[in-house]
Design a protein around this ligand. Structure first.
Ligand SMILES: Cc1cc2nc3c(=O)[nH]c(=O)nc-3n(C[C@H](O)[C@H](O)[C@H](O)COP(=O)(O)O)c2cc1C
Length: 134
């Protein structure tokens, strides 16, 4: 199965979602300079929350941008899951949309906050399918 690489801010919603998946998971550091040095060399799915409330410049967390600036990290990302909040309307999960387009990998799912049990089940099914198709 793919590992999970994720970012989660101090509110740790995404961290709690990831814990429910029961997969090997690594967290991109909160400190930008650490995120810049952080490497992961196993094929993974990236789970990314959206910030910036629709402001284009800050939509993708800067720590995630730093991590993805490293081509070695980038090449191991096989899919993206977007977390966010539907209250943000058209920018719901936008960071995941942007990253999946940039990397040319599928946007597997958009999940609100921690995800419902149904979201988790669906995500596990989709991750299994993606893994089998590799
Ligand atoms: C300042 C701020 C801006 C946000 N902007 C967006 C947004 O544009 N789109 C969206 O879907 N969610 C947005 N969110 C919601 C977060 O993506 C959501 O709470 C997510 O679960 C945070 O994950 P984390 O706690 O792991 O960092 C925003 C949250 C904050 C605090």
């Amino acid at each position: 199965m793919y590992d999970v690489v994720y970012f989660s801010s101090v509110s740790e919603n995404t961290k709690r979602l990831v814990e429910k998946l029961g997969l090997t998971a690594v967290r991109i550091p909160l400190k930008t300079e650490e995120a810049e040095r952080f490497t992961y060399d196993r094929d993974s799915v990236l789970i990314v929350p959206t910030y910036g409330s629709g402001e284009e410049k800050t939509t993708v967390p800067k720590q995630v941008i730093k991590f993805l600036n490293n081509p070695e990290n980038r090449k191991h990302i096989k899919g993206v899951v977007a977390t966010g909040n539907t209250n943000f309307g058209s920018s719901y999960g936008l960071a995941g949309v942007i990253v999946s387009e940039k990397l040319g990998v599928p946007l597997i799912q958009r999940i609100e906050i921690l995800g419902t049990p149904e979201d988790i089940t669906q995500l596990k099914e989709r991750l299994t399918k993606l893994w089998e198709l590799r």
